[in-house]
Structures are given as C-alpha cells and as structure tokens.
Ligand binder design. Structure first.
Ligand SMILES: Cc1cc2nc3c(=O)[nH]c(=O)nc-3n(C[C@H](O)[C@H](O)[C@H](O)COP(=O)(O)OP(=O)(O)OC[C@H]3O[C@@H](n4cnc5c(N)ncnc54)[C@H](O)[C@@H]3O)c2cc1C
Length: 392
C-alpha cells in the first residue's frame, strides 16, 4: 500500500486529513501540536477575547478511524530524492507527500523587525502578546512611564485591523483592572500603503476606519516603518515612536522548508503547482494552502484560509486518485468573500458579493467558524464548540 504523508494540520492539511479519514484511506499526519488551531481567529486570542485554547480542536477529535495515524513532531526538512521527511524526533518515508506546512511572517528585510516585534503566528505567540501587554500595564503602575501604554501595530491588512478591533475592546477592561486612565493608552497602526483593508471596498474601509478611530486608535497610512529597535520604531522622515509593545502583521511568506527542498518558488517562497495541486517539480508531492503557488486564469490565488480549506479535500481526492489509478480533478477557487471583525460585535466585509457591516458582519464571521467546524467534523464538532461559547 502506498504511504501518504501529510505535513501540517492547518486549514489545508487538516481538511485533507479529515477527507482521507472519512474514506478510511490510510495516511500519516505530522504536526507540531496535538491540536489544530483557527488561524483566522488568532487576533481574538491575542486580544484576550477568549482563552487561547478555545481557538483549537484536538486532532484526535477529527481523526477517528484506525486507518489514520497522527505523529506530533516538528518537520525540519524534506529529502525529495530519498522520499524522506526529517523531523526533530524521527524520520518518515513516503510514497506521496502532501505538503501543507503554512506560512511564516514576512519582515521585508526591515532591520530589527524580527528581533524586536511580536507576531500573530500561532497559539503560543498569541499568549505571548497577551502576557506582554498585561506586563506593560503592570509596569506602568510601578513607574508611570507612559511608553508602556503605547502599542504600535505594523500593517493594516486583515490581521492588523482585526487585531486592533480586539485590542480596543480589551484595553478599557485592562485600564479598569489596573486603575489606569484610558486616555493615557495610545494605540497606533502604521501602514505603508495608502489605504487600510485593501480586500474590501472603499465605503467598507471607511466604516472600519471610523469605528477604530472612534474607539481611540490612530490609523496612519502612507507611513513606512524603516527600522525597529527594542521599544522604538523608526518611520520614514526621521520620526521615532517609542512603544512598550510592537506587533508586526505586515506580511507572510510560505514556510522556508519548501525553498530549502528545491521546489520552484515565487517571490513569497510558495512552490509552483499544476492545476491538480501537484508540484511541477515532483509528481509525488502535492502542495496546498499558503505553501502553494497555484494560479487561476493565469493569476496567482492569494494565500487565504478560504483557498486552503477548498484545497484540502481536493488534495485528498487527487493523491488517492493517483494511487488508485483514477482521474485527478483540477482546482477551482470559489471566492465566497472576505470578512474582517472589528472587535467582538461588529465586522465589515463581502459575502457572496453582498457587502455586510455592523452586527451582521460580526455574526457572519461567527457563522463562518461554525460552518468550518461542520466541514471538519460534522455536527459533533460544531455543536461542541457552540456549547463552549454559550456555556451549555
Ligand atoms: C489573524 C489572522 C486572520 C486571518 N483572517 C483570515 C480570514 O478572515 N480569511 C481568510 O481566508 N484568511 C485569513 N487569514 C489567513 C489564513 O489564516 C491563512 O491563509 C491560512 O491559515 C493558511 O492555511 P494553511 O493550511 O496553508 O496553513 P496554516 O493554517 O498556517 O497551517 C500550517 C500548520 O502547519 C503546522 N506547522 C508549521 N510548521 C511546521 C513544522 N515545521 N512542523 C510541523 N508542523 C508545522 C502549524 O502548526 C499549522 O498547524 C488570517 C490570518 C491571520 C494570521
């Protein structure tokens, strides 16, 4: 029996594994955690909305068939010639590889950014952000240095804007907890491009801008971060902003393991695939999610959870088709829209070509999470998580 090895249990790897599990098709999944996490909601975890582990699902709750094997380990490299994946704990051979190990932050070579900023990358980094901000507030109570109360968020894409929404909801609670005047807390967003949230229309951007500024954030577009030192960001035009917390959300690139394995990659390190999500360099390797350089009508498909979850089931179908001598299916991306939350209650975005905003936008974001859980584990998982939220 041909051995299928899946690397990474994110949106694409987990949905691929769930599909193979449902069909009792044997495979091994390697992931660095024993849980799958909802990357698209990590800003909520970082901003203190719910405990970080709320944003996870144990992999064992999704993969229930004896044909499915899970190994918790960290992938280090891929030897395509020998068809071996080297991990920290042990090595694993494969006949067919499904590579879905996601993304890493893109720092665009900004000096000091990697060393001196926090990032939303996984559950652990969100815990780090929460703890760091809370420590800064505690520090202010000790020394009354207002720099501890300044938070700079670099990047006004989906991640940066959604994070701002969460922070602006959390800050008044922290102020109350530590007896700090809210007006002393300074939250700044710095964006090099002329607009925030490029994914949505101009009027929805205005809704987001107004909401966040009313809640007390300063949003600065057309402003470049050029260098970062401990506690200081340097902007173009020689301006400096001293801040106790610096968070970078400015970009992502594919996991560098793909470039190191010698795949043909684009400028963001994503490995080129054909219409079947099969590597153009190696027909024993399928690639999905943020690792895949896939194109539709000659244009690259942007790296999103939406694309990753659509790719997962197709990766499962195509890898088993190759093994069983059946026809593979081509990938077609269906853009269902983009939603950005602006704190717990409201959001903006487009769903099925219809603009949504306000409470409807917020509810739509919650709904998309339940729909995803249903895709992963049917009613059982969706109802379990709903019970967590409403405490039943
Ligand atoms: C805060 C935030 C909000 C977002 N909001 C949206 C949104 O609203 N809509 C949208 O479509 N997209 C959104 N995105 C983008 C989206 O989350 C990504 O495109 C998506 O996660 C990519 O899925 P993936 O399966 O490729 O990788 P991931 O979901 O990142 O999964 C990769 C998996 O591989 C594991 N892994 C990584 N390295 C290793 C290793 N060396 N060894 C073992 N395991 C490893 C990781 O732990 C993870 O489980 C958002 C991103 C962020 C950060």
């Amino acid at each position: 029996m041909a051995k299928i090895l899946i690397l990474g249990a994110g949106y694409s790897g987990m949905t691929a594994a769930a599909a193979l599990d449902r069909n009792s098709e044997p495979f091994t999944l390697i992931n660095n955690n024993a849980y799958h996490y909802f990357t698209t909601l990590l800003h909520e975890a970082a901003g203190g909305r719910r405990p970080p582990m709320y944003y996870t699902v144990p992999i064992a709750d999704v993969l229930r068939k004896p044909t499915s094997t899970f190994v918790q380990d960290e992938v280090v490299s891929i030897d395509r010639e020998k068809k071996i994946v080297h991990c920290k704990g042990s090595d694993h051979s494969y006949d067919y590889l499904v590579c879905t190990i996601g993304w890493v932050p893109e720092y665009f070579g900004i000096p000091g950014m990697q060393e001196h900023s926090l990032v939303i990358r996984n559950v652990d980094t969100c815990i780090e952000i929460r703890q760091h901000i809370e420590q800064q507030f505690q520090q202010y109570v000790q020394d009354h240095d207002v720099r501890h109360l300044r938070i700079v968020v670099g990047g006004a894409g989906l991640t940066g804007i959604e994070l701002l929404g969460e922070l602006l909801d959390w800050i008044p609670k922290l102020c109350l907890q530590y007896g700090i005047d809210r007006s002393l807390v300074d939250v700044q967003n710095i964006e090099a491009m002329p607009t925030i949230l490029p994914q949505v229309s101009e009027d929805l951007r205005a809704v987001a801008y107004n909401r966040l500024t009313e809640l007390g954030a300063k949003l600065r577009t057309n402003t470049k971060l050029v260098r970062v030192e401990a506690g200081v960001v340097h902007l173009d035009g020689d301006e400096q902003v001293e801040a106790g917390t610096i968070i970078w959300t400015g970009g992502v690139r594919a996991n560098p393991i793909l470039t190191e394995a010698g795949f043909t990659v684009d400028r963001r390190g994503r490995a080129k695939v054909n219409e079947f999500l099969q590597s153009v360099d190696d027909d024993h390797v399928f690639i999905g999610g943020d690792c895949a350089w896939a194109e539709e009508d000659g244009k690259p498909i942007p790296p999103t959870a939406q694309a990753a979850t659509q790719m997962g089931p197709l990766l499962a179908h195509n890898v088993t088709s190759v093994i069983h001598g059946q026809r593979m299916k081509p990938f077609h991306f269906h853009n269902l829209g983009t939603l950005a939350s602006l704190g717990p209650d409201v959001g903006v975005g487009v769903m099925m070509n219809v603009p949504v905003k306000g409470v409807v936008g917020g509810l739509a974001k919650e709904g998309s999470k339940l729909k995803y859980l249903y895709q992963l584990g049917g009613l059982r998982l969706a109802v379990d998580k709903l019970a967590d939220v409403v405490d039943i």
